[in-house]
Design a protein around this ligand. Structure first.
Ligand SMILES: Nc1ncnc2c1ncn2[C@@H]1O[C@H](COP(=O)(O)OP(=O)(O)OP(=O)(O)O)[C@@H](O)[C@H]1O
Ligand SMILES: [Mg+2]
Length: 273
């Protein structure tokens, strides 16, 4: 059946009204951030509770067998045979706990690692591009001061970008609490000694108290209401897996500087290997 034009117009109007209604319930950006955070927290909570559930039993058994073994050895004369049995149970329970962790590792999807020569300046530029939306949201200026002619480093581009991105996102979080005109993040690269290239992310935020300079790399250390406290521990494991170092510096009255030193790609050794 052919529809009359008036019917088309009415339908278009109905569609337009429906579209408007659906836009009205669209998430605003902050709801979306909250939801993303909630998702990460829920996934983490679920993982932690299933781990706790599976590990609690062998851990409780290990504790009670260890206490029993101590009691048996304190007997006069010590009951060596029973103490040995308790210790054997401890070994079995410890293996059980180890298997739970192995199973968990095997269940997590693996990201392929592919080592290649990487241009640190290019990585820095890409990460600045990736974080441009977050920079806009924080009202911050991100400046790249990249030394020309740097040697390439050895690494997996995806992982290195991930590590640098965490640093940049933290810096943006830190400066978002400054007055609007003072929100500055600088990403710098330079040739460092001992065959390394250094990339640092410096910000104009409130900095890190001296007593926390190491703690901030511990898993789950966070001072943010929406933080998980995993960004820096992930970044440090990535950098260390590349034979590099990641550390934080902070002078009184200045913002934080996160420094990452990565070994230069050794072309000669690669050919020989
Ligand atoms: N540039 C910085 N300036 C000031 N404090 C920082 C900076 N970078 C990290 N921190 C401190 O280190 C803590 C840990 O950082 P990390 O990136 O590991 O976790 P997070 O940012 O809190 O959460 P997420 O897991 O979402 O990244 C932060 O909560 C903050 O207190
Ligand atoms: Mg972080």
């Amino acid at each position: 059946m052919r529809r009359r034009p008036a019917a088309h117009r009415a339908e278009r109007r109905r569609l337009a009204r429906r579209l408007k209604r659906s836009r009205a319930v669209e998430l605003n950006p902050l709801d979306a951030v909250d939801l993303a955070h909630l998702n990460r927290v829920s996934a983490m909570r679920e993982l932690a509770s299933s781990l706790a559930h599976e590990l609690n039993q062998p851990l409780a058994a290990i504790l009670s067998n260890a206490q029993a073994a101590l009691r048996l050895l304190a007997h006069i004369p010590p009951d060596i045979a029973e103490a040995r049995a308790a210790l054997e149970d401890i070994v079995a329970d410890d293996r059980r706990a180890g298997k739970v962790i192995q199973r968990l590792r095997a269940a997590l999807p693996r990201v392929a690692v592919s080592m290649a020569a990487q241009d640190v300046n290019e990585l820095a530029r890409e990460v600045v591009r990736l974080a441009s939306g977050a920079a806009l949201h924080a009202g911050a200026t991100v400046r790249a001061e990249l030394a020309p002619g740097l040697p390439r480093v050895r690494g997996d581009g995806l992982r290195l970008r991930q590590a640098i991105l965490h640093l940049l996102l933290n810096a943006l979080d830190a400066v978002s609490r400054c007055p609007p005109d003072d929100r500055l993040v600088v990403v710098r690269t330079r040739a460092a000694d001992r065959g390394r290239v250094e990339l640092c992310v410096a910000d104009s935020g409130e900095g890190v108290p001296p007593e926390d300079l190491e703690r901030i790399f511990e898993p789950f250390f966070t001072t943010k209401t929406r933080g998980l406290g995993v960004g820096l521990s992930i970044s440090r494991s990535i950098v260390e897996a590349h034979g590099g170092w990641l550390w934080a510096e902070c002078s009184p009255g200045e913002g934080a500087t996160l420094r990452c030193a990565l070994p230069v790609w050794d072309e000669g050794a690669r050919r020989a290997g």
